[in-house]
Design a protein around this ligand. Structure first.
Ligand SMILES: NC(=O)c1ccc[n+]([C@@H]2O[C@H](COP(=O)([O-])OP(=O)(O)OC[C@H]3O[C@@H](n4cnc5c(N)ncnc54)[C@H](OP(=O)(O)O)[C@@H]3O)[C@@H](O)[C@H]2O)c1
Length: 218
């Protein structure tokens, strides 16, 4: 199936598109601007040397893709979902990758949300029937984009609908050296989003960029 990226023109959307595209999965980058989407898709295809990535408006992308990644800044997640409401169908799976963090004087700060997590906030705003799944929150975007680098880590997948978690886990299966772990209900996004805060803080302390998680004992 096609994987879509809602406003996938940033580093996270393009990173995911490159990773899945390099694994041979057809991916569609959406944008509020068709032009930006086409430019982002063309840059991905050039890097990959394939035609795996296409670019179009968010509306067209939603019409073509049953699994859609929400790849906008956390502060714009609700607005982005509201803007796409007419195009979201009850059978869509919306994969939320957003993390409520900001940088104050270069220091990563976690933003406490009333909903408990960014994923739960998004889930409050999707039309009835749309399944929200949290995933890829803990993997640095630039590592995703470096398709020559083996990820060798886990991706945590959470969500309240088991069948939707399973579909996302199946999709992740296309990417080599990446293990998808079923993290259970959407409330686990509270832990995952804070893990990203930890990873970003570790990167900063150790002057690295690629900190990510691989669970031992599973
Ligand atoms: N960077 C990482 O390592 C990393 C890791 C895990 C998760 N994430 C998450 O990934 C998400 C995307 O990060 P990013 O760095 O790729 O973001 P970004 O480049 O700042 O923005 C991504 C896209 O979102 C759209 N956008 C920007 N402002 C918007 C607004 N006001 N309303 C609606 N859409 C808007 C734009 O797309 P169009 O204008 O083309 O529509 C933009 O290209 C964030 O939530 C972040 O927490 C990032």
């Amino acid at each position: 199936v096609n994987l879509g990226f809602l406003s996938g023109t940033g580093i996270e959307g393009r990173g995911l598109a490159l990773r899945f595209g390099s694994a041979g999965v057809p991916v569609v980058i959406g944008s509020r601007s068709e032009e930006r989407a086409r430019t982002a898709a063309a840059s991905c295809n050039e890097l990959l040397g394939t035609e795996a990535v296409s670019g179009c408006s968010n509306t067209e992308m939603l019409g073509r893709c049953p699994i859609v990644f929400l790849t906008v800044p956390f502060a714009n997640g609700v607005d982005a979902v509201e803007a796409c409401r007419p195009d979201l169908r009850p059978d869509h799976i919306l994969v939320d990758v957003t993390v409520p963090m900001r940088f104050a004087g270069g220091r990563p700060e976690f933003v406490e949300l009333e909903a408990g997590s960014s994923a739960e906030e998004i889930a409050r705003h999707v039309p009835e029937g749309v399944a929200v799944v949290g995933a890829f929150k803990t993997i640095p975007a630039h590592v995703l984009a470096e398709v020559g680098t083996e990820l060798r880590c886990d991706v945590f997948v959470c969500g309240d609908r088991e069948s939707a978690r399973e579909e996302v886990i199946r999709a992740v299966g296309a990417i080599p050296h990446l293990r998808a772990l079923d993290a259970g209900p959407l409330v686990m996004a509270r832990a995952l989003e804070r893990m990203t805060w930890l990873a970003v803080s570790l990167n900063r302390r150790y002057k690295r960029k690629g900190a990510r998680f691989a669970v031992q004992g599973l």
